[in-house]
Design a protein around this ligand. Structure first.
Ligand code: PEP
Ligand code: MN
Length: 236
């Protein structure tokens, strides 16, 4: 989450220096409990914009409601539609009318077909710039936050021209598993990964337990670079 300006600024400084190209942080947060931190809202969007401009980093942030689309479009470079809203059809139609790309995350009990049909809502509205995201689905397994369906990557690629990235952070909820799953995503042909990083996870206002420390992230970046060249792809 965007928690305050200094966190985003120092994290972006650090990530940019290590070759990360997109800055993703939530200003509107979908929280299970209504009493949990709900995000900084518009103030958070402004911080993201400022930090993104400082580094020339495009910023990605979640939009949860059709009524927020115009506001988020004003400040962000890419919308994120989260798992909980993958079938919020009014929201999909609204971002389909917008002029910025959309990162569409798989719903927690959505099939690959459901995901593709949700993407279709956006494309049908005239917005051709959709990136899909596999982030794990709910399952009987209790030791991980979700169960990562890595086959969704080649499965989507076989049926659609859309790029697909993987979110090993929400898929596992566990820093000890995130690096392996990020690497597995590259090997499976994913077009990218998004990973949560925080320099003081114990104090994070959301999802702290699944955040990688900057040093862990740096090691992962090095491994990903090696792997990307091994599979004949490239890091942009
Ligand atoms: C997030 O990306 O921070 C998020 C809430 O993810 P998801 O919608 O996949 O749960
Ligand atoms: Mn999160």
């Amino acid at each position: 989450s965007v928690e305050d300006e200094s966190l985003i600024l120092r994290t972006a400084d650090w990530l940019m220096a290590r070759g990360v190209r997109f800055l993703r942080a939530g200003a509107f947060k979908p929280r299970t409990s209504p009493y949990a931190f709900q995000g900084m809202g518009e103030d958070g969007l402004k911080i993201l914009r400022e930090v993104g401009d400082k580094h020339g980093m495009p910023v990605v942030t979640e939009v949860m409601d059709p009524r927020q689309v115009a506001l988020v479009e004003q400040w962000a470079d890419m919308f994120q539609v989260g798992a909980r809203n993958m079938q919020n059809f009014d929201l999909l139609k609204e971002v389909g009318q917008a002029r910025k790309p959309v990162l569409l995350k798989r719903g927690m009990s959505a099939t690959v077909k459901d995901l593709l049909m949700s993407a279709e809502y956006i494309l049908a509205g005239g917005n051709r710039d959709v990136v899909l995201c596999e982030r794990g689905v709910r399952s009987f397994e209790e030791s991980t936050r979700n169960m990562l369906d890595m086959s969704a990557v080649p499965n989507v690629k076989g049926q659609s021209h859309l790029p697909i990235i993987v979110d090993p952070s929400h898929a596992t909820g566990r820093p000890d598993l995130i690096p392996s799953m990020a690497k597995a995503a590259v090997a499976a042909g994913a077009d990218g990964v998004h990973v949560e990083v925080h320099d003081c996870p114990e104090k994070a206002l959301s999802d702290g337990p699944q955040a990688l420390l900057p040093d862990q992230f740096a090691r992962l970046m090095q491994d990903v670079r090696k792997l990307v060249s091994a599979v004949g792809a490239q890091v942009d």
